[in-house]
Design a protein around this ligand. Structure first.
Ligand SMILES: *[C@@H]1O[C@H](CO)[C@@H](O)[C@H](O)[C@H]1NC(C)=O
Ligand SMILES: *[C@@H]1O[C@H](CO)[C@@H](O)[C@H](O)[C@H]1NC(C)=O
Ligand SMILES: *[C@@H]1O[C@H](CO)[C@@H](O)[C@H](O)[C@H]1NC(C)=O
Length: 223
């Protein structure tokens, strides 16, 4: 009896140990926050960029934790003399960085029809045509690294998780969709960096552009 009990309990123990190991392994793969510290994020950490001549509520709402940003291709830029195209973006000015490893995370929704637009930027870099290290753009439902390379296809009308990790000293920028590494890129120069998200017209942009964002988190790699 003792022996049987012992065998059962050690078998159970092994099963539990096995479950624990496999569980830990998969969470290591998917847990992009591992080794990072999550920083505070609320309204004090961002400002809105929007057509200069319009009140914010005509191009942005924040309801039930969802930031909704939209813009029309005929809108004005963010300031009167700016040569840039229209945008409605969150500029995460609370975390401007020059060194270190930083991570942006959010759940994103892009409605069918929104195209020719940057959804997310890592600001800082040359050439001055964009001044960015990274743009995640959408063209016809596919996410792109600028207009160079597809990051992920068929992304309209669904929530997905976007993680972007910028390693300044390592000079890399990596993009994860739903926890899976989909793009590995290089830096593009520029000393000062920060994250932006929303809609920023680029080329062949649709008349109406919109994206929605929730669970925005900013992380910094622990020393
Ligand atoms: C935002 O977070 C900071 C840091 O946790 C806190 O000091 C501040 O009061 C918060 N502000 C708002 C508007 O919630
Ligand atoms: C997007 O809308 C167009 C036009 O209504 C439709 O043909 C297309 O199938 C839609 N795409 C998706 C991914 O729903
Ligand atoms: C990039 O930066 C340069 C120099 O500050 C500026 O003249 C230019 O307008 C910027 N371009 C964009 C697209 O923001």
């Amino acid at each position: 009896m003792y022996r049987l009990k012992h065998n059962i309990s050690s078998t159970l123990g092994l099963i539990i140990l096995y479950i624990h190991i496999t569980d830990t392994r998969s969470s290591v793969i998917n847990d992009l926050a591992l080794g990072f510290t999550r920083l505070p994020f609320n309204k004090s950490y961002y400002i809105n960029h929007k057509p200069y001549n319009l009140p914010l509520e005509e191009r942005y709402s924040f309801i039930n934790g969802v930031h909704k940003l939209w813009v029309f291709s005929t809108d004005e830029p963010l300031s009167r003399c700016s040569p840039t195209l229209p945008r409605s973006e969150l500029f995460i000015n609370g975390y401007i960085y020059f060194t270190g490893v930083w991570q942006f995370e959010a759940h994103v929704f892009v409605p069918n029809g929104t195209t020719g637009v940057s959804l997310m930027q890592v600001f800082g870099g040359y050439p001055h045509v964009t001044n960015t290290t990274l743009m995640v753009r959408v063209y016809d439902g596919n996410l792109y690294y600028y207009k160079y390379e597809v990051i992920s296809s068929d992304m309209y009308d669904k929530w997905f998780r976007l993680n972007v990790i910028r390693d300044v000293e390592g000079d890399t920028v990596n993009v994860y969709i739903n926890g899976v590494l989909k793009f590995e890129g290089q830096g593009r120069g520029g000393a000062m960096h920060y994250f932006k998200c929303g809609v920023y017209a680029q080329d062949q942009d649709s008349y109406y552009m919109e994206s929605r964002w929730k669970h925005i988190n900013i992380y910094k790699k622990s020393k």
